[in-house]
Design a protein around this ligand. Structure first.
Ligand code: AMP
Ligand code: GLY
Length: 440
């Protein structure tokens, strides 16, 4: 099978790496890819994965490429092309593509849509309202004592959520988004949710239009600095599984979200093929969905796919064809930990082009895979080319072993200005020794 993967981050490197292991794959391209992706080879025939200089949002360019190369399957990593309707475009052209269509991608592309959907179909979520005018929004925030999350409706590069602790902050946030247009059209309407407290986890479910197969838990680390301090980022590290739910609790939480979600999709005529990724807060009064994403989480994917035992081509094919019900997801019980190495300044502005040293040495470590996020080839060197540069991922017999292995690799790799968190998976290890309170 000839496969085109779209995207260029750690998530896409993990997807490419896992797909490349499948005996079904005879040729693979990635648009635009990165230096790590360009270094992958197919298990079947040793052919290198080819990176193509086309942006993930260049839909006409990508379609022409898929047509010319006779790509038999296209796999979409990021949210933007999904929101732009890449799946509908491919389907009109009679081409196979994995990911939700534009209507289904609204779960991520519109927080107003998602919030209303959750309320209509009884999916546990935060108390919330949706607004397009300042006075009503401000009144609702006041009813929450100003303790709220103000969320731009549309996609805002992961920056569209403002956490407020008092009315002054809330009014400022509402004004920024609704009145001053800090996120442009994405902020023409907003969702205001009550501020929830608890442990935040990531859930993922692979869906085929009728069936949703729940993954194990994962936990991301969204803030830039240790102790969940600093600015929000795209994710500074993740691990799976997260030990805050037993198997039975996870099944119950999954059911409380996915059963009404599937019912709602059927009622609304939403044909969702792809990954549904709910961000969930485990609160004292039960799990609540903060938001839905309609694609794989990054860095969660890097932890997940190093644990997945199924052939990913077969899973994605079943997700497209509506035959997931016949398949069982199989996971390596070994936990996996991904530590992101980022450029100085990230998530703000950062320099590019810094040589990355000792990648080969780290690659020789056992039970370790160094996924690339923002990297490029410059002559003989691999250099930094993004905010998040690498997702150093390792697995082991228990979480501590996996985490130690990931940090052993991190400690070998060097580039100027590198920053990373030292406490990825620390919350889970604290639970293991009984130090953390688990709120459920
Ligand atoms: P979102 O993009 O909606 O996931 O929001 C980004 C981050 O803001 C989440 O990962 C949470 O850490 C935080 N957040 C979002 N909504 C809430 C909420 N209602 N209460 C507390 N924290 C929230
Ligand atoms: N894990 C955060 C994200 O992918 O949005």
């Amino acid at each position: 099978m000839r496969i085109l993967v779209i995207g260029s981050g750690g998530r896409e490197h993990a997807l490419v790496w896992k797909l490349a292991q499948s005996p079904h794959v005879t040729q693979m391209w990635c648009a635009p890819g990165n230096a790590g992706i360009a270094g992958e080879r197919l298990a079947k025939n040793g052919a290198p994965v080819q990176c193509v200089k086309l942006g993930a949002e260049d839909l006409p360019g990508l379609l022409t490429f898929a047509q010319e190369q006779h790509a038999e399957l296209t796999v979409v990593g990021p949210d933007n092309p999904l929101a732009l309707g890449i799946v509908d475009l491919w389907q009109k052209d009679g081409r196979r593509i994995w990911g939700p269509n534009q209507k289904a991608a609204q779960f991520e592309a519109s927080k107003v849509f998602s919030q209303r959907f959750m309320e209509k179909y009884g999916i546990p979520t935060a108390r919330a309202g949706t607004f397009a005018e300042f006075p009503a929004a401000s009144r609702f925030a006041a009813s929450l004592g100003g303790r709220c999350a103000v969320k731009a409706d549309g996609l805002a590069l992961g920056k569209g959520v403002l956490i407020c602790h008092d009315m002054a902050q809330a009014d400022r946030a509402i004004e920024e988004v609704l009145v001053k247009g800090a996120f442009g059209k994405a902020g023409a309407s907003i969702v205001i949710q009550e501020l929830l407290e608890g442990m935040e986890i990531s859930l993922h479910a692979l869906c085929d239009g009728q069936t949703a197969k729940l993954f194990p838990t994962a936990q991301d680390h969204k803030r830039a600095l240790d102790g969940d301090l600093g600015l929000n980022t795209g994710g500074m590290g993740a691990y799976s599984p997260a030990p805050f739910l037993s198997e039975a609790e996870l099944a119950a939480v999954g059911d409380s979200i996915l059963t009404p979600w599937l019912r709602g999709c059927a009622a609304e005529g939403i044909d969702f093929h792809g990954i549904l990724y709910p961000g969930v807060m485990l609160t004292r009064t039960g799990p609540k969905v903060l938001e839905f994403n309609a694609r794989f989480g990054d860095p969660e994917t890097q932890a997940y796919l190093t644990r997945l035992e199924n052939d990913l081509v077969e899973l994605l094919t079943a997700s497209i064809d509506g035959t997931l019900g016949d398949l069982a997801l199989k996971w390596n019980p070994m936990p996996s930990v991904c530590v992101v190495m980022a450029s100085a300044g990230y998530p703000g502005s950062y320099a590019k082009g810094k040589p990355i040293l000792e990648l080969d040495k780290a690659a020789r470590l056992p039970n370790t895979k160094v996924f690339h996020a923002g990297t490029a080839n410059a002559g003989e060197q691999v250099v930094t080319a993004g905010g998040r540069v690498l997702g150093v991922t390792a697995w082991g017999k228990d979480l501590r072993t996996a985490r130690d292995a990931a940090y052993a690799a991190v400690d070998i790799i060097r580039f100027e200005g590198v920053q990373f968190r030292r406490d990825i998976a620390a919350k889970a290890l604290a639970v293991a020794v009984g130090k953390a309170e688990v709120r459920m």
